[in-house]
Design a protein around this ligand. Structure first.
Ligand SMILES: [Zn+2]
Length: 198
C-alpha cells in the first residue's frame, strides 16, 4: 500500500511515453530510495524547465529560450534547412550531429485519413522562411510512413517554385540491419532505392 501522493506520482510517470505502470513503480521506488542523488536533482530540473519552457517562434523547437539554442547558434549553416514532423525528430537528428544546418518543425503531418489542413501545420512558416531567401537546400526528413511521405510530397510541390534543392532522406536498410529482421515496407524501399555496385 502506498500513499495518495505516491500513487499520483506513479500514475503521472506511467503516462509518459515509453513507461508503463510497472516501469513507473520501479522509477518511484528508485526515486524514494535515492532521494538526494535522484529525486532532488530531478525535481530541480523539472522545475527549471517548467519555469522557462517555450516554443521557438522561428523553427517550432521546444527549448528554454525563444529563439531556441539551435536558431541562435552562429556556427550553423543558414543555407540548409531540415524539415521534420515533430520536435522529437529534430532532437534525434541533432543528436546525430550530422546535419549542420537549421531546422523547421511542422508539428504534425498531413494525414491521408484525417483531414489535416495545411494551415494546421507550420507550412506557411516554412514557406515564409524559404521565401525570405538565403536557403539553398531543404531536406524533407519525414518519417518513412504513408503519412510522412504524403507530407513530403505535398511540401515538395509547395516549394517547387523556389530556386532551391529539395532533398529527402534515403530510406532503406538500417545500419546493422539483417534482411530477415526487416519489415516488408523497409525491404521494399531498400530494393526500390538500389544503386549500382561501385
Ligand atoms: Zn528555433
Amino acid at each position: 500500500m502506498s500513499s495518495h501522493q505516491i500513487d499520483a506520482l506513479t500514475q503521472a510517470l506511467a503516462r509518459l511515453p515509453g513507461l508503463g505502470p510497472r516501469s513507473a513503480r520501479r522509477a518511484v521506488v528508485h526515486l524514494m530510495k535515492k532521494r538526494e542523488a535522484s529525486l532532488e536533482p530531478l525535481l530541480a530540473a523539472l522545475q527549471a524547465v517548467a519555469d522557462t519552457l517555450s516554443t521557438c517562434s522561428t523553427c517550432g523547437n521546444v527549448d528554454t529560450s525563444d529563439p531556441c539554442s539551435i536558431c541562435r547558434d552562429p556556427r550553423r549553416d543558414d543555407r540548409m534547412l531540415c524539415v521534420v514532423e515533430e520536435v522529437a525528430d529534430l532532437w534525434a537528428l541533432d543528436r546525430s550531429r550530422l546535419f549542420p544546418g537549421r531546422f523547421h518543425v511542422l508539428g504534425g503531418r498531413r494525414s491521408v485519413h484525417k483531414k489535416i489542413r495545411p494551415e494546421d501545420l507550420s507550412i506557411e512558416g516554412l514557406i515564409g522562411r524559404v521565401a525570405s531567401g538565403g536557403i539553398d537546400e531543404v531536406v524533407l526528413a519525414m518519417n518513412a510512413t504513408l503519412e510522412g511521405q504524403t507530407t513530403a510530397h505535398f511540401l515538395a510541390e509547395r516549394l517547387e517554385k523556389f530556386p532551391i534543392r529539395i532533398t529527402q532522406l534515403a530510406h532503406g536498410l538500417p545500419v546493422g540491419g539483417e534482411l530477415d529482421y526487416l519489415d516488408e515496407g523497409t525491404l521494399a524501399q531498400a530494393l526500390r532505392a538500389r544503386r549500382p555496385v561501385a
